[in-house]
Design a protein around this ligand. Structure first.
Ligand SMILES: Nc1nc2c(c(=O)[nH]1)N[C@H]1C(S)=C(S)[C@@H](COP(=O)(O)OP(=O)(O)OC[C@H]3O[C@@H](n4cnc5c(N)ncnc54)[C@H](O)[C@@H]3O)O[C@H]1N2
Ligand code: MOO
Length: 418
């Protein structure tokens, strides 16, 4: 971690940019070290959170021998005399005599002493005397068939989704101990930005204020409308005040623009004014080189983070997938995102000693990545048609047929259906 404090001065001695992979590991590690507090939440409020403890089952699953069909729980070889009925939800009396049976419903507890369950459609009932041949395969589920009491079913760090919620309910949990969702805020820098209408006369539309919060939510963050602020006036005091205010609630503040050393680039002096340390300050990746991650300590002693996303819109997205995604994984106590691989359909140039993140559209079924067009760092047209970025390592270029890692955009299934 760098403790650089003078952003504009002495660039000669500034540390070199971190390698892209190294930057990701470093950011993930500091996120994990600052993992968010854990809370006990009612099951219905846990979707999207992360298990803070392993999920265990409170009983055997199933907890009792359970009929899997409607029919007859029988004892002995039959024919069987009907002595009662057991429905789901009750505890039956044992079958104590051979050649007796109780009518049983799917999901009902099989009485002690039963030797088989006969399906109703494979039975005959003549005046209270049931006959038929039970199948040789068991027609009931034995306790522990799915899991034994106290067995660990999912490790801590598992993202909670509807399937996990359902499993937790099956296991008898009313609450789960989870890590709460990270709270994020966004500060948009740039006096040239318009927040409505078409761009003209040297002014461009703010493309990041409306979109970055949506990307952050897809990474599991809470972002309230009031946490999105900007354009913040291009003065140092305005930047300092905006960042200080955003940090009162947010675990992570993303900023856009101002990462360089232009006349109105105030991000570095702002971080210095607030006493932040750099975790990463510039990354050897194209596009997105000036991205950064800084850390501060909040009044409660917990770490807070500032992710500086470069102003060029595609570069800002590169910073999100490169630094913000692994940071959030760490803060949520999840594992480092594993990058899937795909085969390049076409050549992709390298970017010298920098990693090149090249926008690609995926044919998921075939595992093939197609480079897209309109990929300038100031453009979003390519991003809007892409599934993610192919990773072209430093000193290499991509040839057709090469297997390369893919950094996905956090899209929902169906959003790039071709
Ligand atoms: N002398 C140098 N200049 C620049 C270099 C360099 O190495 N030497 N690097 C370039 C690279 S790479 C990038 S990326 C940008 C990063 O600049 P900043 O983070 O300081 O961003 P700004 O200067 O504020 O803006 C850059 C560009 O992006 C437009 N922008 C900014 N915010 C938004 C937004 N919310 N929505 C749409 N467009 C936005 C802004 O108008 C500028 O055109 O620096 C290069 N310069
Ligand atoms: O990050 Mo700048 O990466 O080329 O637009």
């Amino acid at each position: 971690m760098s403790t650089e404090t003078a952003p504009n001065a002495d660039r000669v001695s500034a540390p070199p940019p971190a390698g892209w992979e190294e930057a990701r590991s470093r950011v993930y590690a500091v996120g994990l070290a600052a993992a968010l507090p854990t809370v006990a939440r009612p099951l219905v409020d846990t979707d999207g959170s992360t298990l803070a403890e392993p999920l265990t089952t409170r009983t055997d699953l199933p907890a009792f021998p359970t009929s899997s069909v409607d029919g007859w729980a029988v004892r002995g070889s039959g024919p069987w005399r009907v002595v009662g009925r057991v429905l789901a939800g009750s505890t039956p009396a044992p079958l104590t005599e051979d050649d007796t049976t109780v009518e049983i419903a799917t999901g009902a507890m099989v009485p002690e002493g039963a030797t088989a369950v006969l399906r109703v459609e494979e039975s005959k009932n003549a005046d209270g005397l049931v006959s038929g041949v039970p199948r040789s395969t068991p027609e009931w589920r034995k306790p522990g068939e799915e899991a034994y009491a106290d067995e660990v079913l999912l490790p801590a760090g598992t993202p909670v989704d509807p399937a996990v919620i359902g499993l937790a309910a099956t296991c008898g949990h009313d609450t789960l101990r989870v890590r709460r969702a990270p709270r994020a805020a966004l500060l948009v820098f740039g006096d040239e930005l318009l927040t409505a209408g078409p761009p003209a006369a040297g002014r461009v539309r703010d493309a990041l204020g409306p979109s970055v919060p949506a990307w952050l939510r897809r990474y599991g963050c809470q972002v309230r409308p009031s946490d999105v602020v900007g354009p913040v006036a291009d003065t140092l005091p305005a930047h300092v005040a905006a960042l200080r205010s955003a940090l009162t609630n947010a675990d992570l503040v993303c900023t856009t623009g101002g990462t360089m050393n232009g006349p109105v680039d105030h991000l570095h002096p702002t971080l210095e004014a607030l006493g932040a340390d750099y975790v990463v300050n510039t990354v050897a990746v194209r596009p997105g080189f000036p991205m950064l991650l800084a850390r501060l300590t909040g009044p409660d002693g917990r770490a807070r983070f500032v992710a500086g996303l470069p102003g060029n819109p595609q570069s800002a997205i590169v910073a999100l997938v490169s630094l913000v995604a692994p940071l959030l994984a760490g803060l949520q106590g999840r594992s480092m995102p594993v990058l899937p691989q795909a085969t390049l359909a076409e050549a992709v140039p390298g970017r010298g000693d920098h990693t090149h993140l090249a926008l690609v559209r995926l044919d998921r079924a075939a595992g093939v990545a197609f480079p897209v067009r309109h990929v300038g760092s100031a453009m979003l047209r390519g991003v809007a048609g892409a599934d993610g970025f192919a990773v072209i390592r430093p000193g290499t270029s991509g040839a057709p047929g090469d297997r390369v890692p893919i950094v996905p955009l956090p899209l929902f299934p169906g959003e790039r259906a071709s």
